[in-house]
Design a protein around this ligand. Structure first.
Ligand code: ZN
Length: 263
């Protein structure tokens, strides 16, 4: 499955949601303090992440809602100029399940058109809220997206049956929000320490490495971009690099390779 001698692939992925996740909550859509949780992503976290990724000489993938790209053009330009991949993440952050088929198609096409002003072609997709409607896969195929990174049913990539679309699987355990998310509706939830998350991610990476899978680390700038967590991420990247024959690349480069080897 992997290029000669490579044992596993790693993709560092960032869902740059900015305010879009919080705007789904209509009751707080005009509450600047509430929305500032998302503002932290483009305002503070992305510059810190771009520095970290440059220091580590890693190209990553940023999944961006079209509306966020419209609101933060300088941030999107900085990501693209640094050589990272831009991929679609809806137009707003509304679940595709809540949209009509026409609305979902428009969101997908609009998001790609907006992102392609910075980098073309845009070939990847991850749905807002992690939701697929019954139309999503057909729309990805119709609009010639090469890959999706949405499903939790494998640790190895695969091609969706009967379609060209490649799947780069994810899972909650390697999603930063599960461990670090905190909101006003979760006062009793403890925020994990970076060392707790390192222990979990180290074990998952080691297992996926030995099984020859793909480690698709799913992060959000507004979540992972706190100083203590960035320190953990840098150390974790060093841990992954200490293994032999690990291929760290963008989702699209990994998917392009897989497209040539998966029937
Ligand atoms: Zn998102």
């Amino acid at each position: 499955m992997w290029p000669d001698g490579t044992q596993c692939a790693v993709a560092l992925t960032f869902d740059l949601d900015a305010e879009s996740v919080w705007l789904v909550d209509q009751a707080n859509a005009h509450n600047p303090a509430y929305l500032s949780q998302g503002v932290y992503g483009p305002k503070v976290a992305v510059p810190l992440l771009l520095k970290l990724l440059a220091d580590e000489e890693i190209s990553a993938t940023f999944f961006v809602p079209g509306k966020v790209a419209e609101d933060y053009p300088q941030t999107i330009q900085a990501i693209a100029s640094a050589g990272h991949e831009l991929a679609a993440h809806g137009y707003t952050h509304d679940s595709p399940v809540s949209l009509s088929p026409d609305e979902e198609e428009k969101a997908l096409v609009d998001a790609r058109r907006i992102l392609e002003q910075y980098q073309s072609p845009v070939l990847g997709y991850r749905p807002p809220m992690g939701d697929f409607s019954e139309h999503t896969l057909g729309l990805l195929e119709k609009h010639r997206f090469l890959y999706s990174s949405s499903m939790m049913d494998d640790i190895r990539p695969y091609r969706h049956p009967g379609l060209r679309v490649i799947e780069l699987p994810i899972q909650w355990i390697i999603d930063d929000t599960v461990h670090f998310w905190f909101g006003g509706d979760s006062w009793t939830k403890k925020i994990s320490t970076p060392s707790e998350v390192r222990e979990i991610w180290d074990g998952e990476f080691d297992g996926i490495y030995h099984l020859g899978g793909i480690f698709t680390l799913l992060m959000h700038p507004q979540v992972i971009g706190r100083p203590s967590r960035l320190k953990m991420l840098k150390e974790f990247i060093g841990f992954m690099k200490s293994y032999d024959q690990v291929w760290i690349s963008t989702c699209v480069e990994i998917a392009k390779h897989l497209d040539t080897v998966i029937p």
